[in-house]
Ligand binder design. Structure first.
Ligand code: PLP
Ligand code: COI
Length: 353
């Protein structure tokens, strides 16, 4: 695939790594390509980062035909830049596309687009401890008509943002509220897809949690409101009486790449991970009788994030004495060690640019 390049006439000043936060700054360019039914993907281009111009009737503005991904480019000690399991994001985006009737992108084209774009922007990959270049590929339906149907036109874009930690707490334990009223997704719905609508539906509970001093919501299943699913932007894992438990991929949970990597990592170290149903009753009992040893969230943006407090209805529980647990710390060190190229990647997860 030929990708044209238009260099920006006004390069921006790069922010100091101390002010990065998450998703506040954007690089000089973006990748774009368009899809037209009958023609396929066309006009692949890297262009200066700028506002989009779309028709006011564009499908995405009315019916939410939008999917996205999130992955990072990491600056290694030797100065080189590497990606972490990009093919997994590409495959998941195609699964999301299938669910939302958006066009899929052949894997080789998606990988070429991503790597050429990151090569163009690689100077934006920060080098301070814990920082990276967050990549946000996204696609939206772009028909210029108000009919409700599978789209005939779509746009695919990749933007990039130098980031620090997702939570203001950094690696320190976060407080999570288990949501008893709103639900995020149901089986048969779009929970397993990474689509914007899932996040829009989550915002009300997220706002309520934030007002009470919590970082994010932990969702229960949408049918029985009984089983633990995932956190707003991460999957969740627990160590209960020596057993490592994570909710099974039921169709309403995002199949996280960090989740998958941690399971593979733990298995390789001889730990057994149970992917199973975990009810709120079982979790509450473990919190009350002290058998919940550790809890953590995991995701690209949040990496491995220890959970120091969980609340459910009027009960508030402290986890691991509000400190980072031993296994959580080990997972954080190992995963970030591989991602930033500090330790050997015996899984072949990283892709050097
Ligand atoms: N669950 C949700 C709802 C997410 O938004 C994310 C973030 O991408 C994850 C889980 C973790 O997925 P991954 O590890 O692929 O980033
Ligand atoms: C990620 O971890 O990449 C995410 O997409 C989470 C997010 C919604 C900020």
């Amino acid at each position: 695939m030929n990708i044209s390049f238009t260099k920006t006439a006004c390069p921006k000043e790069k922010p100091d790594s101390s002010v990065l936060g998450f998703g506040k700054y954007f690089t000089d360019h973006m990748f774009m390509m368009d899809y037209t039914e009958g023609e396929g993907w066309h006009d692949a281009r890297i262009v200066p980062f700028e506002n989009l111009s779309i028709h006011p009737a564009s499908t995405v503005l009315h019916y939410g035909s939008e999917i996205f991904e999130g992955l990072k480019a990491y600056r290694r000690k030797d100065g080189k830049v590497q990606l972490f399991r990009p093919i997994e994001n590409i495959r998941r985006m195609n699964l999301s596309a299938e669910r939302l009737c958006l066009p899929q992108i052949p894997e080789d084209i998606a990988l070429q687009a991503l790597t050429e774009f990151v090569k163009t922007e690689q100077d934006w990959t920060p080098s301070a401890e814990g920082t990276s270049l967050y990549l946000r590929p996204f696609m939206f339906g772009n028909d210029e008509t108000l009919g409700v149907h599978a789209v005939h036109n779509a746009t695919y874009i990749i933007i990039a943002s130098p980031v620090g930690s997702y939570y203001k707490e950094g690696i320190n334990p976060v407080k999570i509220m288990i949501e008893a009223d709103d639900v995020r997704a149901v089986r048969g719905g779009t929970g397993m897809a990474k689509c914007g609508g899932n996040y829009a539906a989550s915002n009300r509970a997220g706002k309520r949690a934030e007002e009470k001093g919590y970082s994010q919501v932990l969702w229960l299943d949408g049918v029985e409101r009984k089983y633990i699913e995932e956190v707003g932007a991460m999957n969740v894992m627990f160590k209960i009486n020596g057993e490592i438990v994570t909710p099974a991929l039921s169709g309403s949970i995002l199949s996280g790449i960090t989740r998958k990597s941690i399971i593979e990592l733990l298995n390789s170290e001889g730990y057994k991970v149970s992917e199973r149903l975990l009810s709120i009753d079982e979790l509450s009992a473990a919190l009350e009788n002290g058998t919940l040893e550790e809890a953590w969230g995991c995701g690209t943006a949040a990496v491995v994030s220890p959970i120091g407090e969980l609340s459910y209805k009027d009960k508030v529980y402290t986890v691991s004495n509000g400190k980072i647990g031993e296994l959580t710390q080990h997972l954080y060190d190992t995963l970030t060690g591989i991602q930033w190229g500090k330790i050997e990647d015996k899984f072949n997860w990283t892709v050097e640019l």
